[in-house]
Design a protein around this ligand. Structure first.
Ligand code: 5GP
Length: 197
């Protein structure tokens, strides 16, 4: 997606060879026009065949793009919480998510009221690195007996294992920008394979 790639090129900051900072349009300040365009792109890709009934993301950075996607699809958005409410744990689906960037394991939770077995759920997240967050969301959908319709990612770091892990697990993964490398402070995108006839 050209608009997103342009934003990453001009405003993204490679903090290391592993971590990209994009807090001027995605992770702190949010660009509403970009969110709208990304919502349209996810809806156009996934809204074929299976009818999506809900979008599921994780707080907080997935919410903006999750919302524009849900708006475009005409379905509700649910976001998994990172902090568990102690009072109602029986009513929650819980999954453990290991963060390689923070080197810690966290639980994410979703109320059982908001996912039912007949749901077809599109998962959306801001980054794909090692696939832990997406697998945590998928586990919640599966605990509910519902179906994962696909996984939409804003920025995939293709040099990490996430895409391969999710694809091998059978999920349809669609990333709007795919980064090949962050070496020497430079963002290099993975270009689509050129097909010669
Ligand atoms: P994964 O679970 O795929 O290993 O990592 C994805 C999660 O970690 C995302 O939800 C995102 O919050 C965070 N994350 C991973 N890599 C980056 C990165 O390079 N930049 C930012 N801002 N967040 C990242």
């Amino acid at each position: 997606m050209d608009l997103l790639k342009e934003k990453i090129r001009t405003e993204g900051l490679a903090l290391s060879e592993e971590v990209l900072k994009v807090d001027s349009f995605l992770n702190h300040q949010i660009d509403p026009l970009l969110m709208t365009e990304m919502g349209k792109a996810f809806a156009a890709y996934f809204n074929k065949g299976k009818k999506i009934t809900k979008v599921l993301t994780i707080e907080s950075s997935g919410i903006a793009v999750g919302l524009t996607t849900a708006l475009e699809l005409g379905v509700p958005l649910v976001f998994a919480r990172k902090k568990k409410s102690l009072t109602m744990s029986n009513d929650l689906f819980v999954s453990k998510v290991y963060s390689f960037t923070k080197q810690e394991e966290n639980e994410i939770t979703v109320s059982k009221r908001f996912i039912s077995p007949d749901d077809h759920i599109l998962l959306i997240d801001d980054f794909l690195a090692h696939g832990e967050a997406a697998l945590g969301l998928a586990s919640i959908v599966e605990q509910a007996g519902a179906t994962v319709a696909g996984i939409g990612i804003v920025i995939e770091k293709s040099f990490q294992a996430g895409n391969e892990k999710l694809t091998k697990a059978g999920y349809d993964v669609y990333s709007l920008a795919r980064i090949k490398s962050l070496q020497q402070g430079k963002v290099e995108f993975l270009e689509e394979e050129l097909v010669y006839e």
